[in-house]
Design a protein around this ligand. Structure first.
Ligand SMILES: *Cc1c(COP(=O)(O)O)cnc(C)c1O
Length: 363
């Protein structure tokens, strides 16, 4: 059904190291860009790039990374995939789907609360898709995850599977390895052609494991797009994102000597985690509900909802800073994660009504 395709990197990326030789074509590309009628300060324009429409069962931004990650896995002769994430990880679900398309068994290590990690995790949202795909689900507690870290847990399961004669390929949290970043370097190549001559000045996105931001920010610099890059961090602090991104960039050979800047020079990291990763505040959910009702676009509570809430808050607090700007928000997906917050969101929308029937009866 899918075959490895030769990959030719954009000319501006040729000086990077470890340029991938192959990719799979799993996503529906290019994703559309359109004006987004969310209320912003006068003199500012907002548009949206619909990476929530990449296809592959609502895989959002993750499928762009998986095109390169799974190509590397198959090229190197691996026969199954391991990845790691939160219990409602969009990345884990995207990986389960993509692996199934390619016929590769998929093993998911999912972080859950202590109380829940010993019982069946259920079938809500992303879990439903993963389990329908036949992915093998292993749970760990948040404490275990904190104690050992994702890489060690992935390696532990890999060793167990190797003992069974398998040859697993381990994808890190969020697909954010240097290989995964190529998905968003390539997205910048797509963007270059889409926005040429249109006067965009800024690009904004949610930032979780950092690969999407690193790819966009590096591509923006190398391709000379000149956009200001705003990364709204939903799980860690700006200092963490810069340090982590510097590591990813180094893995790509994009050191300050080559690029002329470190990650702090390539993008602005903004604190948007609110009450903590995957914990929603009412004002964030209100923003999700308001944007849906105003524009028909559904944001997710964990990533894009928090990013847009903070972007709009920044615009309200300092409208003069956004005067004359033309901003592109990259919608990274996450629709299925919304089901996890269905009851909280439900309390923010008008109730359904019973239709009053005082019609003459049919004979
Ligand atoms: C994973 C994810 C992000 C964050 O992307 P990173 O590359 O991990 O920073 C943003 N939005 C959604 C919906 C996601 O699933």
């Amino acid at each position: 059904m899918f075959e490895l395709q030769p990959y030719v990197a954009p000319a501006w990326a040729s000086k990077l190291s470890a340029v991938p030789q192959h990719r799979y074509r799993l996503a529906q590309l290019p994703t559309p860009i359109h004006p987004w009628p969310v209320s912003v300060p006068p003199g500012c324009e907002l548009h949206i790039k619909r990476d929530d429409l990449t296809g592959m069962q609502l895989s959002g931004n993750k499928v762009r990374k998986l095109e390169f990650l799974l190509a590397e896995a198959v090229e190197r002769g691996h026969d199954c995939i391991i990845t790691i994430g939160g219990i409602q990880s969009n990345h884990a679900r995207a990986t389960a789907v993509a692996a199934r398309y390619l016929g590769l068994p998929c093993h998911l290590i999912l972080r859950n609360s202590k109380k829940l990690a010993d019982s069946d995790p259920g079938m809500v949202g992303n879990l439903l898709v993963e389990r329908l795909m036949g992915a093998h689900v292993y749970q760990v507690t948040k404490e275990e995850y904190g104690q050992y870290g994702g890489p060690a847990l992935g390696e532990k399961l890999a060793a167990q599977l190797r003992d069974q004669g398998l040859n697993p390929y381990v994808i890190p949290v969020g697909g954010s390895s240097s290989t995964g970043v190529w998905g968003y370097l390539d997205m910048v190549h797509e963007l270059e052609q889409q926005i040429e001559g249109q006067g965009f000045t800024d690009i904004a996105m949610a930032c979780g494991s950092g690969g999407t931001t690193a790819g966009i920010a590096l591509g923006n610099r190398l391709a000379g797009l000149g956009l200001r890059v705003h990364a709204y961090g939903v799980c860690d602090d700006p200092a963490y994102f810069h340090a982590f991104s510097d590591g990813l960039l180094e893995g790509l050979g994009a050191t300050p000597a080559v690029v002329g800047a470190d990650s702090a020079g390539l993008f602005r990291a903004v604190q948007a985690k609110g009450a903590g990763y995957a914990i929603s505040r009412e004002e964030e959910l209100r923003a999700v509900a308001k944007v849906a009702a105003a524009t028909g676009v559904i944001l997710d509570p964990v990533y894009t909802g928090k990013a847009v809430h903070m972007l709009l808050q920044e615009m309200r607090e300092r409208p003069e800073a956004w005067q004359g700007r033309k901003v592109l928000f990259v919608h990274t997906g996450g629709l299925l994660g919304m089901y996890d917050k269905a009851s909280e969101l439900g309390s923010l929308v008008p109730p359904a009504q019973r239709l009053a029937l005082d019609l003459p009866r049919k004979k």
